[in-house]
Design a protein around this ligand. Sequence first.
Ligand SMILES: *Cc1c(COP(=O)(O)O)cnc(C)c1O
Length: 378
Amino acid sequence: MPRPISLTISVSALRHNLDVVRGRLARVSAERNVPCPKVWAVIKANAYGHGIENAVQALGMADGLAMLDLDEAVRTREAGWKGPILLLEGFFEPADIAVVDAYRLTPVLHCHEQLDMLEKSRLARPVDAYIKVNTGMNRLGFMPADVAHAYDRALALRRDERLASIGKMSHFSCADDNAEVTRREQQRFLDTTHGLPGPVSLCNSAATLSDSVWSALDAGLEQWVRPGICLYGASPFPDRSAASLGLKPVQTLSARLLAVRELPAGQPIGYGHTFTTRGVTRTGIVACGYADGYPRLTAPDTPVTVDGVPSRLLGRVSMDMMVVDITSVPGARPGSTVVLWGEGGPDIDDVAKGARTIGYELMCSVTPRVPRRVVSAS
Ligand SMILES: *Cc1c(COP(=O)(O)O)cnc(C)c1O
């Protein structure tokens, strides 16, 4: 038997969250009389740890799927996805262009070296692409002053039938917590790309769920949003819960108690004795540790649930185990279920706060040794 720990992936919760996003886009675009954006559902990093194949199964109603690893793009096609596939970082070397061609991928072009590679390539048929504009993140993308030149080079590639449609995209740096910076980045994008035809793609989850961002674009533009994190049931915002946005958790990390003990006051717990009991305390030893992806430095008092009852972490997380407080769960015994995050347990964003990170990182950190269980009804 494997250790008593598992990661449950709910395909129906993933489908539900896409419905929430699409429903919101449809409603707000109708209210404001602007065209409804299409959706690139972002499934990079193995669908934020949920499995590419599960994502393909759940996200059939998306207009396109976006990622950045070519192997994942190939897996997406092999899982039966027939729609467009956006490569968020484009291709990395000339040999990748054959994969782009064979699997009908849509690369983002963010630097002149990629345009050089395309100019030297042979393609069976022209590919769709996006030109990426650096509007302030200062990671990938052409500087605003260079965009017209890059777009001209892309037009030349279209004339010799290497490119088909040419879109324009950028990525916001602060859409989760700074509307003013987002507004400036959006304006910089619009000024830079004004008059260049083609679809536009700007909005991550935070900007997609901030209706004022995407609905402010000129009604004449074909717009695609790029939500990721919200599809997996975590909030992109530091101050709004996923539940308040109507989202359901897609992944649930749960384990069982291996042992229980009763300690008198004054007993230290775990490595380094970072926690000492104040009164008589019942503790449960959980079959989950940092080698499963639960961060070692998660703060004491971070929430867990034991047999459905809210409880808390005690002391330092070790490699294969952690200790939780079961003083208020008198029925807890070896074999009791502990939910570390997800359905029936704490919100992944609250656990992330205890670990001084974000839900994104927890989701994609669950290690391969944790058995996956895929369920269809949430
Ligand atoms: C990851 C990513 C997204 C999705 O971001 P979320 O915050 O998860 O919604 C969108 N666009 C790009 C370019 C990305 O890298």
